[in-house]
Design a binder for this molecule. Sequence first.
Ligand code: MLT
Length: 259
Amino acid sequence: MNFEHNGINLAYTVRGSGLPILLVHAFPLSGAMWTAQVHMLESHYQVIVPDLRGFGQSSVPTTPSTMPIMADDLYALLTHLRLQKVVVVGLSMGGYIAFELLRHYPRMVHALVLADTRATADTPEAQAARETNAQIAETQGPAAIAELMLPRLLAPDANPEVVAQVREMILATAPAGIAAALRGMAVRADATELLPYIRVPTLLIGGEQDVLTPPTVMQELQNAIDGSSLTLVPRAGHLPNLEQAEVFNTALLKFLHRI
Ligand code: MLT
């Protein structure tokens, strides 16, 4: 399905019925990364899976995809669907966007699942690297980004099918969508000061072999968010929902049953 907001056509799918769960994907992927979770959830819950602007089937913006803009896209989509409260599940960039939903639309967040993400902003070095990568995307296309990112996204012994699936998602992404999100992530606000105010049930999930947001980062989030719990997924890197879908799903389902 499609929804037009601020000149951007947002593609999304809605499956099942029950407590609504919003699945917010990572960079530079699409809603397709949640396929295994949708299969598990749709018999008990309503699952909403957007392609963020610039990714999947959504249209590509001409300005940076900042985290507040992408959170606003999702708020508009949820309003369009007449949903007042959802469980927000965000992985990596999806987590950055979840923090903006909490900052701007706290009443919309019923519970929170933050996977392989961080609350801190980019350092100047990280910002410079993002600009370099944005220019690589613009001049060399998504294949160059796939080669740069794949070794860091997945554990060294990742299932070749998962590697192929992630590569395919990156290759299908428009260079301008990649560049817009990189420039948006580079200017994201630090969300650390929000953490002590999070009062909704919160589950943290991380890959034990994640080199981008290592277990120590997830542990820091757990220490800062009152009452949160942390599941570390063995034999998974930055994308445990794909690399070890069953372990990820079990942790998610257990949390959803509890809330
Ligand atoms: C992601 O998986 O969404 C990215 O690694 C986030 C980032 O580049 O900070």
